[in-house]
Design a binder for this molecule. Structure first.
Ligand SMILES: Nc1ncnc2c1ncn2[C@@H]1O[C@H](COP(=O)(O)OP(=O)(O)OP(=O)(O)O)[C@@H](O)[C@H]1O
Length: 239
């Protein structure tokens, strides 16, 4: 059984079809990479999965259950965690406090559990040395790590990552990929939207390409990257 399945999901803003009849499935433990040009509808797809945006039509199933009508916090409690393209920490709170807050309110954990989770996640994301740093004072790499850590603190089974490597230097992106590889190795299912293609290819089991809100291609990473239509849309991109 798939952990997540979308069936004919649709969303429009006025006349603009941002998500146009998307059907996809993600197996437990799988990492699905999402590619597509700017404005293709990738973040909207995440919003439809996390519940931040309500679909106009179609169905979202998680663990075999229809969650289309559930609110974001209900989906988060059920195990769907996400990061945002623009990191959204509480800037005046410390890294540790941000994680405890995510674990309590996103993950529905007791305060005691949340403290333990926050400590584990600090270690997993390389943020231990910054536990008491105000989130607003972090470098870009550590802000990205915190964004990942806040999602992890909710104890997701399904982790949605929105351009987590964007803006990082090559060595920084490599560090982040190593952290994601460890998270993948402990069985977390992931969907990762990313323009940094080589980072995505080092983790993705399968790719799904979106253009103008529709599926353009789907399949094994190398085959998708060699697809002439995908290459045309990503003109000049090296596979
Ligand atoms: N709340 C909204 N109201 C109106 N239009 C919206 C809204 N949200 C998104 N859009 C439009 O929907 C389209 C898809 O946006 P979306 O953010 O999903 O694309 P994306 O593929 O994630 O882009 P990027 O790679 O630049 O992040 C864009 O044209 C965007 O302007």
């Amino acid at each position: 059984m798939s952990l997540l399945a979308l069936h004919g999901v649709r969303k429009s803003y006025g006349a603009l079809k941002v998500t146009d009849d998307i059907t996809l499935a993600v197996a437990e433990g799988e990492t699905l990479g999402i590619l597509g040009p700017n404005g293709a509808g990738k973040t909207t797809l995440f919003n439809l999965i996390s519940g931040d945006v309500r679909a106009d039509g179609g169905r979202v199933e998680y663990e075999g259950r229809d969650v289309t009508g559930l609110k974001p916090h209900q989906r988060c409690h059920a195990g769907i965690g996400r990061s945002y393209q623009v990191p959204q920490p509480f800037g005046n709170m410390s890294v540790f406090e941000n994680l405890v807050t995510a674990a309590c309110f996103g993950g529905g954990q007791s305060e005691r559990e949340a403290w333990r989770t926050a400590q584990e996640v600090l270690a997993e994301t390389g943020l231990m040395a910054h536990a008491n740093t105000p989130a607003g004072g972090l470098t870009l790499l550590n802000r990205k790590r915190l964004e990942l850590a806040r999602a992890l603190a909710t104890r997701p089974k399904l982790l949605l990552l929105d351009e987590i490597a964007g803006g990082l230097t090559e060595p920084e992106a490599r560090l982040l990929v190593e952290e994601l590889q460890r998270i993948k190795a402990r069985g977390v299912t992931m969907i990762w939207i990313e323009h940094v293609v080589h980072a995505l290819l080092s983790l993705a089991d399968r790719l799904f390409v979106i253009n103008f809100g529709q599926k353009l291609a789907e399949g094994a990473p190398r085959a998708v990257m060699n697809d002439p239509e995908v290459r045309r849309v990503y003109m000049g991109m090296e596979a």
